[in-house]
Design a protein around this ligand. Structure first.
Ligand code: CAA
Length: 241
């Protein structure tokens, strides 16, 4: 029987590409989303991937959501923590709400989700967790004190959990995408994108969501069993670490 994979934020942007790539690789995929019913419906109709609505920043909602996925599809063996939001603002203008919304989704969301599936993975002695961090968690980004802090936190979470999961055949890895051509990046003011960001990318273009999705497919495969606690960067050469 094929493995069950949950992709948070799995109906749009990078997450949608991950859901589709995992389905194509033979996984039974559940795509989570938080708010945009219309996009989720369109994604489901186009891809055939079942969609489930809950907010990853809400611990109880994550528990209920995973219970529903497991009842309908099966025990979760692969978790892709992809859901993320931006509330960009220069720090002197950033509100506590902008800080908390980003940290609650982009960092605490990883705790909320992974905690629901961790014991099952331990009991079955198999698991794959991939956390989608960001180049901006590695290098920091002006206008993103909240986002950079949360995404850097995702890397610490990955490394700690990798050590805990290792003896149970659970791998935990992170991917740091650079600037990928999604709605999130295209929301950056055009002048900033074309004059400040793209010139910093040696390959001279934004990345494609599928280029991140292929990294995920590799990291969750049996072939990647010796890779844990690692950070895979996919950023067109913008930051060499
Ligand atoms: N890189 C370099 N310079 C930047 C910058 C960036 N990413 N963002 C802003 N700046 C510069 C602006 O060009 C401007 O410089 P000048 O005064 O010399 O023109 C200065 O910072 C102030 O910017 P604004 O005039 O735009 O100030 P604002 O208060 O109106 O808006 C902002 C600030 C909301 C941060 C806005 O500039 C913005 O959205 N910037 C983009 C921030 C960014 O890179 N976000 C990444 C989103 S994509 C993502 O998060 C996905 C991922 O993981 C990579």
């Amino acid at each position: 029987m094929s493995r069950v994979a949950v992709v948070t934020g799995g109906t749009r942007g990078i997450g949608a590409a991950i859901s589709v790539a995992l389905k194509s690789a033979g996984y039974r995929v559940a795509a989570n989303y938080a708010g945009n019913d219309e996009k989720a419906k369109a994604f489901h109709e186009e891809s055939g991937v079942p969609v489930f609505k809950w907010d990853v920043s809400n611990y109880e909602a994550c528990g209920e959501g995973i219970a529903k996925v497991e009842a309908e599809i099966g025990p979760v063996e692969v978790l892709i923590n992809n859901a993320g939001i931006t509330r960009d603002a220069m720090f002197h203008k950033m509100t506590p709400q902008q800080w908390h919304e980003v940290v609650n989704t982009n960092l605490t969301g990883l705790f909320n989700m992974t905690h629901q599936v961790w014991n099952g993975m331990r009991d079955r002695s198999f698991g794959r967790v991939v956390n989608i961090s960001s180049i901006n968690g590695q290098k920091g980004q002006m206008g993103q004190a909240n986002y950079s802090a949360a995404k850097a936190g995702d890397l610490g979470f990955t490394k700690a959990l990798a050590q805990e999961g290792a003896t149970k055949n659970i791998t935990v890895n992170a991917i740091c995408p650079g600037y990928i051509g999604t709605e999130m990046v295209l929301a950056v003011p055009e002048k900033v994108l074309s004059e400040r960001i793209i010139p910093q990318i040696p390959v001279g273009r934004l990345g494609e969501p599928t280029e991140v999705a292929r990294c995920v497919v590799f990291l969750v495969s049996d072939d990647a069993g010796f890779i844990t606690g690692s950070t895979l960067t996919a950023n067109g050469g913008q930051l060499l670490v």
